[in-house]
Design a protein around this ligand. Structure first.
Ligand SMILES: Cc1cc2nc3c(=O)[nH]c(=O)nc-3n(C[C@H](O)[C@H](O)[C@H](O)COP(=O)(O)OP(=O)(O)OC[C@H]3O[C@@H](n4cnc5c(N)ncnc54)[C@H](O)[C@@H]3O)c2cc1C
Length: 392
């Protein structure tokens, strides 16, 4: 008899939400991560006189509902994040602009992690879910009845279901022998907290600059945004002085947010698009970035990961109703449901990235004409808003 109903490798936002979801379904599990245990203390340092981190995510309304159902306090989003009321994108040279309504929240990743850890401490959940930190995965063996997972501690655990939620470099995916198709982008994401002369008015903005897309994601403070610049020049931008960098950003922010008046510490993240050729193998399955990672310009990677967890939990619930079916069948159904949706979003994001890459004059003309045309298409914009909100 396996010790656990499920084991989750990776306690990032997707792995945590998967472990919580299955525990809420009455299953007993283990969640482990190679990183340190959460200390309970906020992971931020003071940035521009604020307690803010530049690692934020745009969480769409479908994901917000999912997180509330998991047990995150509905008030958390207004207390910790910034509610988004609209989205504006424009061509860096000012030739085309598109605005549409939007919903959801910009939330710092570490605050959401803290909120999910808070739910995990609730007595019924804590009794059913074991957590281990500073522990990696070194081997996976599976047969029809169970999966044996060997950890870096040397311990081997037996489980009915293994979930790989260990991010884009997933070791679980490698150990399962699941290949993925990956391509690196010529851009690196540079993130930092910024202060601007004009208030953001709860609008998420993105300028398509010659170096790559530059997003301003509103923080709870009216003149503070997180800046995410997916740029071909990230190394030079990282090394420039605060004053030089503020001037570079101001050239793009000035039309909507005025001059950048202060810049916090900058950090960079390499960007790549990656997709596993399958999500399920035997009694094991991949979710979140372990299955797919996409360019951040559409702000959808984490939302897709949460939607994977919902799909997986439905597949497992259906299995309970029809106990004649094997688990591997349910996992394949999960893959059949989620992979086409994730591939569509991957393709759409990749297309957007290419259309807005440093363009030829002809492409720039077509693009700005397209933006101006779309700006007048109310119904099409409603459809786009719904897609961005997670109603795919
Ligand atoms: C700059 C930037 C901005 C973004 N903005 C948005 C946004 O606005 N909206 C959005 O939806 N998405 C956004 N994304 C994407 C989003 O951040 C990711 O899709 C999401 O964080 C993936 O979560 P995850 O839990 O699957 O993986 P991760 O966050 O990578 O977590 C993986 C976890 O697994 C652990 N781990 C790794 N290897 C092992 C191992 N061998 N054994 C055990 N544990 C292991 C790691 O320590 C980590 O805790 C952005 C990404 C970037 C880079």
């Amino acid at each position: 008899m396996p010790q656990y109903d499920f084991v989750v490798a990776g306690a990032g936002l997707v792995g945590l939400s998967a472990a919580l979801t299955l525990t809420r379904q009455g299953l007993k599990g283990l969640l482990f991560d190679q990183g340190f245990a959460p200390s309970g203390a906020s992971a931020t340092s003071q940035v521009l006189g604020l307690d803010r981190s530049p690692r934020v995510s745009a969480i769409n309304p479908v994901s917000v509902n999912f997180l509330i159902q998991l047990g995150v306090d509905p008030a958390f989003f207004d207390q910790a994040g910034c509610s988004v009321s609209g989205m504006t994108v424009w061509d860096g040279d000012g030739s085309g602009e598109l605005s549409m309504p939007s919903a959801g929240y910009i939330v710092e990743n570490h605050r959401l992690l803290d909120a999910l850890h808070g739910v995990m401490c609730q007595p019924l959940i804590a009794d059913a879910l074991t957590q281990q930190f500073e522990v990696g995965i070194v081997d996976v063996q599976q047969d029809d009845a169970m999966v044996a997972v060997t950890l870096t501690t040397g311990e081997t655990l037996e489980t009915r279901l293994l979930i790989g939620a260990d991010g884009s470099g997933s070791r679980t995916r490698d150990l399962l022998g699941i290949r993925s198709v990956a391509w690196r982008y010529d851009q690196t994401a540079l993130v930092c907290v910024s202060e601007t002369a004009l208030p953001h008015q709860s609008i998420a903005r993105q300028s398509f600059t010659p170096e790559g897309p530059l997003a301003f994601l509103p923080l709870p403070e009216p003149n503070h945004s997180v800046l995410v610049w997916s740029s071909t020049q990230a190394q030079a931008q990282l090394q420039s002085s605060n004053q030089e960098f503020a001037a570079m950003v101001s050239a793009h922010s000035v039309r909507a947010l005025g001059q950048v008046t202060a810049i916090g510490a900058r950090a960079v993240f390499p960007l790549q698009q990656q997709h596993a050729i399958r999500y399920a193998k035997g009694r094991s399955v991949l979710v979140g970035d372990a299955a797919h990672s996409i360019h951040p310009l559409a702000g959808q990677g984490l939302n897709l990961g949460f939607a994977d967890v919902v799909g997986l939990s439905q597949a497992i619930e259906n299995l309970r109703l029809d106990q004649r079916r094997p688990l591997s069948d349910a996992l394949r159904r999960y893959e059949a449901q989620r992979r086409p949706i994730n591939l569509r979003m991957t393709a759409a994001t990749d297309l957007l990235k290419r259309v807005f890459d440093p363009p030829s004059p002809l492409l720039r003309l077509a693009r700005s004409t397209g933006m101006r045309w779309l700006q007048d298409q109310t119904r099409l914009k409603q459809a786009l808003s719904l897609a961005a909100a997670g109603h795919l």
